[in-house]
Design a binder for this molecule. Structure first.
Ligand code: NI
Length: 163
């Protein structure tokens, strides 16, 4: 089922995701629905907080359109290492029509659990590293607008709150 994606300035986007203690059937449904929602949008990442569930959960799929899907599920993720710097033009499904260059670490190492609750560690760079950092921000209630300079911040806020 496609879920409603919350748009800025919805206050629920500021909630901090709670740690997931149990891999329940309801959680599996949420993950499937998030994937369906992300692919329909379309987007390369979606955090549970963006569909109104304040949980430590996000999904990412950075496969190109003409390639097989490569869905990755991150439960209780933690970025344990960051290296280098990169500026990447990002978008966000909660900020329709907005794009901005945001400074991120070039490489990250992340620890998380997969959809079955198995722990894993992943080293990522490029788009995957950027997507992981963007989605980890969501789980802390941090949004792309928080990374913008004052002028762009004001323009973005105005664009998404008018009418
Ligand atoms: Ni986002």
């Amino acid at each position: 089922m496609i879920r409603t994606i919350l748009h800025y300035p919805d206050k629920r986007l500021r909630e901090i995701g709670k740690k997931i203690e149990e891999i329940s059937p309801e959680l599996q449904v949420l993950i499937d629905d998030m994937a369906e929602t992300m692919y329909a949008a379309p987007g390369v990442g979606l955090a549970a907080t963006q569909v109104g569930h304040a949980l430590q959960l996000f999904i990412v799929d950075i496969a190109e359109e003409d390639k097989p899907s490569d869905l990755r599920v991150f439960i209780n993720p933690q970025i344990v290492e960051r290296q280098g710097k990169v500026s990447w033009q990002e978008g966000c499904l909660s900020f329709p029509g907005v794009q901005e260059n945001i400074d991120r670490a070039e490489k990250v190492k992340v620890r998380a659990q997969d959809r079955d609750g198995n722990g894993f560690e992943l080293e990522a760079d490029g788009l995957l590293a950027v997507a992981i950092q963007h989605e980890c921000d969501h789980l802390q209630g941090v949004l792309m607008i928080d990374h913008m300079g004052p002028l762009k911040k004001r323009l973005t806020h105005r664009k998404l709150t008018k009418g």
